[in-house]
Design a protein around this ligand. Structure first.
Ligand SMILES: NC(=O)c1ccc[n+]([C@@H]2O[C@H](COP(=O)([O-])OP(=O)(O)OC[C@H]3O[C@@H](n4cnc5c(N)ncnc54)[C@H](OP(=O)(O)O)[C@@H]3O)[C@@H](O)[C@H]2O)c1
Length: 310
């Protein structure tokens, strides 16, 4: 029977288990894929603790499969799905978990995987890279402007840095000391996180910054708000909407459509974006993969490689 990595109730890592689960059947608008790679994101463990995305409602059925984004090969399509057929290589947003040998994708947030793109890279695009892309577009900074990115060395941050750089924007990235070389290799000016980071940004951008893309939230978001000239160019993916709106900024508005998936895939194929998959694990070790991300200090992306080698 197919394997899936699930949580059996809301709680901590003790609720997780590798189980046998029936192959899901695609409903209307859904695509069933044989998963080749699944991206691991902070939202995965947050959902395990009971977090709901804004607008998400209804009871979660247990066991619930972890994960939200996958790349794989189409096995079957549901009613009213056009444009996808068995055998197609695709990537997209999983509707009922992604850490599994089979997953259901929402056809509207699924795209064909370009041949040069690996399954592992493709699996990182629907959540992290697409969020980076949506936010950079929302900020709409002109070439030559300076963007501050907090949490710049994580899954979303590495994509924000590269997408902004590709648009000619100067990037100041706040990340731990150990990520200095990594950030610089992406074209960012590195400022170490820690007690003196605000001063570090002031030194790197003496005239202030033109935009902030925050990926940390809390105190870091509040301090970052004091560094941007125009609060309408303060956005976050790492804090609730009310918190950033009180500061005059906004939460990243997610497009959640296939056009964005195609756009980020083109950036990867064109050489402007490398998702930096730094750690891969087999499905059997999904718990270790999630612990890496749950530590809050991931470097680039963590991915599960499932079934045939990605
Ligand atoms: N709204 C959405 O659609 C959406 C989508 C994706 C992600 N998100 C959210 O966005 C946030 C970031 O996601 P992610 O996937 O990039 O997470 P991630 O891969 O875990 O990266 C977070 C990064 O923040 C850094 N960091 C932690 N504390 C910091 C601090 N005080 N100052 C500066 N950097 C710090 C971490 O490493 P170092 O400390 O080692 O530098 C890490 O590299 C999460 O809260 C996630 O849930 C939202």
């Amino acid at each position: 029977m197919p394997k899936a990595y699930v949580f059996t109730r809301y709680g901590g890592p003790e609720t997780e288990a590798l189980v046998d689960l029936d192959r899901p059947r695609p409903g209307p608008g859904e695509v069933l894929v044989a998963v080749r790679a699944a991206g691991v994101n902070p939202v995965d463990w947050k959902q395990r603790t009971g977090y709901r995305r804004p607008g998400e409602s209804g009871e979660r059925a247990f066991p619930a499969v972890l994960g939200n984004e996958v790349a794989g090969v189409v096995e079957e399509t549901g009613e009213a799905v056009t444009g996808f057929a068995p055998g197609d290589e695709v990537f997209g947003t999983a509707v009922a978990g992604g850490y599994a040998e089979y997953a259901l994708l929402a056809a509207g947030i699924t795209a064909h995987k370009p041949a040069p793109l690996s399954f592992a890279d493709a699996a990182t695009l629907p959540v992290a890279a697409a969020t980076a892309y949506d936010g950079v577009r929302q900020l709409a900074l002109p070439a030559g402007a300076t963007l501050l990115v907090t949490g710049a060395g994580g899954g979303v941050g590495v994509a924000v840095v590269q997408i902004a750089r590709a648009g000619g924007v100067r990037v100041v990235g706040v990340a731990s000391e150990g990520k200095k070389d990594f950030l610089e290799s992406l074209g960012a000016v590195h400022v170490p996180s820690g007690p003196d980071w605000v001063e570090g940004v002031r030194l790197a951008a003496p005239k202030g910054v033109d935009g902030v893309y925050d990926l940390v939230g809390g105190e870091v978001l509040h301090e970052a708000a004091g560094l941007v000239r125009d609060r309408s160019r303060l956005i976050t993916a790492g804090a609730p909407a009310e918190e950033v709106e009180r500061l005059g900024g906004a939460r990243v508005a997610r497009a959640r459509d296939a056009a964005v998936l195609r756009a980020v895939a083109d950036l990867v194929v064109g050489g402007d974006l490398d998702p930096h998959v730094t750690l891969t694990f087999p499905l059997e070790r999904a718990g270790e993969a999630l612990r890496e991300v749950e530590s809050g200090h991931a470097r680039g992306k963590v991915v599960l490689e499932i079934g045939a080698r990605a």
